[in-house]
Design a protein around this ligand. Sequence first.
Ligand SMILES: Nc1ncnc2c1ncn2[C@@H]1O[C@H](COP(=O)(O)OP(=O)(O)OP(=O)(O)O)[C@@H](O)[C@H]1O
Length: 286
Amino acid sequence: MIVTTEKLTKRYGDRAVVDEVSLSVRRGEVYGFLGPNGAGKTTTIRMLLGLVKPTSGTASVLGEAPGAPKALLRVGSLIEGPGFYPYLSGRDNLRVHAHRRGVGRTQVEAALEQVDLVAAAGEKFRRYSLGMKQRLGVAAALLGRPELLVLDEPTNGLDPAGMADMRDLVRALAAQGQTVLLSSHLLGEVEEICDRVGVIAQGRLVAESTVEQLRGDSVLLIRADPIEKAQVLIEGSTVHGDVLHVRETDAGALVRVLVAADVDVREVRPLRRTLEEVFFEMTGAA
Ligand SMILES: Nc1ncnc2c1ncn2[C@@H]1O[C@H](COP(=O)(O)OP(=O)(O)OP(=O)(O)O)[C@@H](O)[C@H]1O
């Protein structure tokens, strides 16, 4: 495990902004920390980075207490936009960051390449689009070749093209073996790029699993005629309007049974709850 928390809690006054959160991030995965605005994502991330002191509970980042110098050197983060100088180029900005971190210039070039900013590296930061600024922020976080990359709402405020670029970037980093913990309030985003998801609502972790598991068991939708006969033939099926639902089994076998009994099969497909449906169920119930 790269990150584990045990009943991590942060109270402001008598309000638990993060409430007994126990989560774990494994090496090599992209972990999505998903929840609506104000759910407690940033506060949790800030605790993991040693920027906020937990009220109670524990956390371990790369085997160290959060904020321990040893761990911090191995973690790269993008949280609330890094400080960049508007009149320096992207490259020079990174060189400043690299210098501060004691990282060599070759890594600046490598980071520029990783975030696809080589062509624009000589341009002044203030001329960058928001998406480019955000990618430069990721490049800065990559300096020092961190074992863990923490990105707080990396696509926030970006236009659709910028968001797509950022998603591609995260996927590319993951393909290189980079462990990433990112927060998002966008389901589609998390669904697209994350291996596992922790869902947080009102400070509480309401689920932690793979995206697949989160959706729950898959159900097959079957459109057949006559439907009554089909229902009798398929054990455990239920009628919903003019279609049947049955827990996903061997679809081929089902179709053979129906056809052998002279039932016309017009449609068979997996009926998946969208992550959105699951999410609203969970966060609504929290
Ligand atoms: N220093 C603080 N003092 C009091 N309340 C705070 C403090 N920091 C955060 N909060 C409150 O804690 C709650 C959770 O904030 P947090 O920023 O962790 O949420 P979030 O899930 O990251 O949401 P967002 O995406 O909007 O940043 C919010 O209601 C916020 O107002």
